[in-house]
Design a protein around this ligand. Structure first.
Ligand code: ADP
Ligand code: MG
Length: 320
C-alpha cells in the first residue's frame, strides 16, 4: 500500500513547491481567510502550512490520509467545484515524508493530530491548536533518495515555492497569505482588492495601465486584465490564466494571447495579462493529470475566440 502511495506521489509530488500547491488548495477549499506558510531548507527539511478554515473532525483524520478518500466532489467528477478532488495529496505526501496533520473542526472544543512517517500511521491523539488546520511536512523524500537527487538547490526550491504561492494568491485576493522561514525573506500578501493583489505580485505598472476585460460567450465568462502592448516580458511566466480559480497552463490559451497581440508585440516577447475564466464545471475537464494544472475545455475554439475577441477589443480602446 505504501508503494502504491509512493507511485502516486511520483505524479502528485515532484518537488517542495508541488506539496505547497496541494496543501494551499486544501486550505482554500476549507474556506480559509488566512494561510501561513513556513519553510526551511528550500522546503526539503520543513514545510508548515496553517490555516483558519473549517478544520477536520477527529473521526475524519484517519480518512484524510487514506488514498482516494475525499470529502469533496459531492457533485461527481463531472462537476468539480473545489481545487482538490482526487483524495491523493495527503496519502502521497505521507508516503514520502514525515507528515503531521493537526486540526480542530469548527464548533468542537479540542484539536487532534495524526502522523504518518514513511506510510506508517500514528494517532489520532489530542494536540494543541486554537482553530483550523496545520499540516507539517518534514524531510521530504528522505526515504526516496532517487527523487531527492533531482531536487535543485535550497534557493531554487525556495523560489519555486514563492512562485507557487503568488500564482495561487492572485485568484484569492480576499485571503491573507504569509510566507516565512529561515531560507527566505518574508512575504506578506494582505487581503484586499483583486487590483491590489495583482499590483503586489505582477506589478503596479502593469495593473495601472492594463485594460479590464469582461466578456461572455455561451456560458464561458472571461474577466481580468490585458496589459499594454508595450508591457511585455521574455517568457510566458507572466501570462496568468485561471479556470474557476485554479491556475492552469494551456497551450491554446497561450496561443490565443499571442494571436490577440500579434500586430502589436514582437514575436519573441510575451505581453503580460491576467485571465480568469468562469466555466460551468461540466464544460471543462481538470482531471487530465494528477497535478491538475492541465485543462481541457469542451469547446476550445469557443474559448480561443473569446480570448482573442476580448483582448482585441480592449486593445482597440487603448490609444496605441
Ligand atoms: P482532496 O483535496 O483531493 O480531497 P487531499 O488528500 O488533499 O484530497 O485531502 C484529503 C481530505 O482531507 C480532504 O478531502 C479534506 O476533507 C481534508 N483536508 C485536508 N486538508 C484540509 C484543510 N486544510 N482543512 C480542512 N480539511 C482538510
Ligand atoms: Mg487536496
Amino acid at each position: 500500500e505504501n508503494l502504491i502511495d509512493q507511485i502516486a506521489a511520483g505524479e502528485v509530488v515532484e518537488r517542495p513547491a508541488s506539496v505547497v500547491k496541494e496543501l494551499l488548495e486544501n486550505a482554500l477549499d476549507a474556506g480559509s481567510r488566512r494561510v501561513e506558510i513556513v519553510t526551511a531548507g528550500g522546503g526539503k527539511s520543513l514545510l508548515r502550512i496553517s490555516d483558519d478554515g473549517c478544520g477536520i473532525p477527529v473521526s475524519e483524520l484517519p480518512l484524510a490520509i487514506r488514498r482516494h478518500c475525499t470529502s469533496k466532489m459531492s457533485g461527481g467528477l463531472e462537476a468539480i467545484d473545489t481545487l482538490g478532488f482526487r483524495g491523493e495529496a495527503l496519502p502521497s505526501i505521507g508516503s514520502v515524508a514525515r507528515l503531521t496533520l493537526r486540526s480542530r473542526a469548527r464548533g468542537t472544543d479540542g484539536a487532534h493530530e495524526i502522523r504518518v512517517d514513511n506510510g506508517v500511521q500514528d494517532g489520532p491523539r489530542p494536540a494543541p491548536l486554537s482553530a483550523g488546520t496545520m499540516v507539517e511536512v518534514r524531510d521530504l523524500f528522505h526515504c526516496v533518495p532517487a527523487r531527492l537527487k533531482f531536487l535543485k538547490s535550497d534557493r531554487a526550491e525556495s523560489a519555486a515555492i514563492t512562485e507557487t504561492v503568488k500564482r495561487i494568491a492572485i485568484a484569492f485576493p480576499a485571503v491573507r497569505f504569509e510566507l516565512a522561514g529561515e531560507d527566505r525573506t518574508e512575504t506578506v500578501l494582505a487581503a484586499g482588492s483583486p487590483e491590489a493583489r495583482i499590483a503586489q505580485i505582477v506589478g503596479a505598472e502593469f495593473i495601472d495601465n492594463a485594460v479590464e476585460l469582461d466578456a461572455l460567450r455561451e456560458g464561458v465568462r472571461l474577466t481580468g486584465w490585458a496589459g499594454l502592448p508595450t508591457y511585455h516580458r521574455g517568457n510566458a511566466q507572466h501570462q496568468y490564466a485561471y479556470v474557476n480559480g485554479r491556475p492552469v497552463r494551456d497551450k491554446m490559451i497561450l496561443s490565443a494571447i499571442r494571436g490577440a497581440y500579434v500586430d502589436f508585440v514582437p514575436r519573441d516577447r510575451y505581453p503580460v495579462c491576467v485571465l480568469f475564466f468562469d466555466v460551468d464545471p461540466r464544460d471543462v475537464d481538470v482531471n487530465v493529470h494528477p497535478a491538475k494544472a492541465d485543462v481541457r475545455f469542451r469547446d476550445p475554439a469557443l474559448v480561443r475566440g473569446l480570448i482573442v475577441g476580448a483582448i482585441r477589443q480592449a486593445l482597440g480602446g487603448m490609444s496605441l
